[in-house]
Design a protein around this ligand. Structure first.
Ligand code: SAM
Length: 242
């Protein structure tokens, strides 16, 4: 079972026990992986359900539901100031592999990139591919980019009912290390924010602290804007995974 290829499907592709594969999925399964009629693969809905499936011509049939237990016991929202170039693609890919639940791209005062609408679709595709590759049962949600202040407000309004911790990674200053702050016992949700190449402004850090974020360090070295989210996620998974 573990060697079978995984494919993320949208709810609209599933009717009764039949999967209506997209042209890209047919091409991938048939031409790239060379699967034939009767060959099996794993279909996942990206929301926690997975099935053993079998190719039937150009479509596929669900055979049985399977249990996939690769998710972390805590929900992690990564709020990340968009880095320049294609750096965000790498963040989405690596943090999906590490188990992130939701990625909220934000435009901070020093953000240089203002992404086109097509970027969101691309990031969601990368998240689905990385979830398939890392054998997850959930595909992380990638939110539409918003300003940092809007991102802070919505992060806080979504936290009211859960046991949560909020951190903002700050590259310079005397802040406690994230690894020493993580209290994984009974935590339901972690929100963590990382800044752009130029760093957060003092005002942004103060605004985050004002709504309950704790400033933290990721160590004594200054990490690139693309490296910092991956390090933060790695520390959280190491602390929370049972
Ligand atoms: N230009 C900024 C400076 O010189 O202070 C550094 C910004 S750093 C390239 C980009 C982001 O990564 C920071 O805003 C912060 O969120 C995170 N980061 C990088 N290194 C970090 C560290 N050692 N501790 C905490 N956060 C760090």
């Amino acid at each position: 079972m573990s060697q079978l290829q995984r494919i993320a499907i949208a709810p609209s592709q599933l009717q009764q026990q039949q999967i209506f594969l997209t042209k890209e999925q047919q091409h991938y399964l048939g031409r790239v992986l060379r699967l034939r009629e009767g060959d099996r693969f794993i279909a996942m809905d990206g929301k926690g359900k997975s099935w053993l499936a079998q190719l039937t011509g150009e479509q596929a049939q669900l055979l049985e539901s399977i249990s996939v237990e690769t998710e972390l016991p805590v929900s992690i929202t990564l709020m990340v100031a968009l880095p320049k170039g294609n750096g965000f693609d790498e963040i989405v890919r690596c943090c999906t592999e590490l188990g992130v639940t939701c990625i909220a791209p934000v435009l901070s005062d020093r953000t240089l990139l203002h992404p086109s609408p097509q970027k969101l679709e691309r990031w969601r595709r990368i998240a689905a591919e990385a979830a398939e590759q890392s054998e997850r049962s959930f595909v992380p949600t990638i939110l539409e980019p918003v300003t940092f202040s809007t991102g802070l407000s919505s992060a806080i309004s979504n936290l009211s009912l859960v046991n949560s911790q909020q951190y903002i990674c700050v590259a310079r200053g005397e802040f406690p290390h994230l690894k020493d702050c993580l209290q994984h016992q009974g935590q339901e949700k972690i929100v963590i924010a990382t800044g752009p190449e130029g760093g957060w402004t003092t005002q942004e850090v103060e605004n985050a602290i004002g709504v309950g974020f704790q400033p933290v360090s990721l160590g004594r070295r200054i990490l690139r804007a693309v490296t910092a989210p991956v390090v933060a996620l790695s520390l959280i998974t190491a602390a929370c995974e049972v």
